[in-house]
Design a protein around this ligand. Structure first.
Ligand SMILES: Nc1ncnc2c1ncn2[C@@H]1O[C@H](COP(=O)(O)OP(=O)(O)OP(=O)(O)O)[C@@H](O)[C@H]1O
Ligand SMILES: [Mg+2]
Length: 302
């Protein structure tokens, strides 16, 4: 698949800087550079926790970005940045989850409307395993459909389909409880539970952070395959530069707290297995560029 980049990413004068398999944009993309209304739009968003109190803390300041609505594809956007810079804050603002929602200042729009709380158009996968302990794999995967009062026969049918799609086995896994699953299997359940609801926007907060490297790469390949099928927009937070460069069509790099988006990179799509792509020199060139940028940020912390 070729990358669709409908933006005038280079802006009026400065060209984007090619680095390995990416292009570093001279500035963060603006809404007027998009061909279509954005799926997600942050305009001058600031979040201060506990405002007016002694422990008041500004986690993100003046965050601006737009995620493009790419028809029949969806954009895969990764957010990278030092610990505590506000990545989860941004994701949870899109999800409409308290206490991150509402922002202290600025506007968060999803599909052109201000976010007022969680909604069926957005699905979230967290880092820690968030399955219900007392529910089987099938009951966990179909939980959202149950909340929507979908009849049992239909939801079990859909549940079995998605259990297979995420690489679990209907025959052996449907009746297992979360404590009987490995970390990778649990994240497969979490992904199935989200995708079954067909959200337009999938929010993922370090979903593979607790997995071993091999399982992690398998999960990355799975996610790319599923994403091509569901054609949703993905906003994916990770600490792993390799993971961001492999998965992302775009990578945002955040500054230290109070976080803001410092750089936006357009990256070639993941069209080969993670293990293979990560070995290639041009891939590594992009990774090294980002690594240097982040260590400069971390050195400048104090
Ligand atoms: N509910 C809260 N109340 C007060 N402060 C908070 C709250 N949630 C987050 N913060 C603070 O806001 C800052 C940003 O937190 P956030 O969780 O968004 O960072 P992060 O980039 O996701 O970090 P990590 O990579 O470690 O997950 C941190 O300093 C954190 O302590
Ligand atoms: Mg976080």
């Amino acid at each position: 698949m070729t990358k669709t980049d409908t933006t005038t990413a280079a802006g009026p004068s400065q060209p984007a800087q090619p680095v390995g398999i990416s292009r570093v944009l001279p500035e963060i993309r603006k809404p007027e550079q998009l061909a279509r209304p954005p799926v997600v739009q942050f305009t001058a968003v600031t979040k201060t926790y506990n405002p007016g109190q002694a422990n008041s803390y500004t986690a993100i300041r003046d965050v601006n970005f737009v995620i493009e609505d790419l028809p029949n594809k969806g954009e895969f956007v990764c957010v990278l940045g030092p610990s505590g810079c506000g990545k989860s804050t941004i994701l949870r603002l899109v999800a409409g989850l308290e206490p991150q929602h509402p922002p202290t200042e600025g506007r968060v729009l999803v599909l052109g409307q201000p976010v007022t709380g969680p909604g069926a158009d957005r699905g979230m996968v967290f880092q820690d395993y968030t399955s219900f302990d007392h529910r089987t794999v099938l009951e966990n995967v179909t939980f959202g459909l149950e909340c929507q009062h979908i009849p049992r026969k239909l939801r079990d049918e859909l549940g079995r389909y998605w259990i297979e799609r995420v690489g679990l086995k209907v025959k052996t896994d449907v009746d297992k409880y979360p404590h009987e699953l490995s970390g990778g299997m649990r994240q497969r359940v979490a992904i199935a539970r989200t995708l079954i609801l067909k959200p337009r926007i999938i929010l993922m907060d370090e979903p593979f952070g607790a997995l071993d490297p091999q399982t992690r790469m398998n999960m990355q390949d799975l996610l790319v395959a599923l994403w091509k099928e569901v054609q949703a927009t993905v906003l994916f937070v990770t600490h792993s530069i390799e993971e961001a460069v492999f998965l992302g069509d775009r990578v945002y790099i955040m500054s230290n707290s109070p976080g803001t988006i410092l750089r936006e990179l357009v990256v070639q799509p993941a069209d080969r297995p993670s293990k293979q792509m990560q070995r290639e020199p041009k891939f590594q060139e992009t990774v090294a560029y980002i690594r240097d940028l982040i260590s400069e940020l971390e050195e400048g912390r104090d």
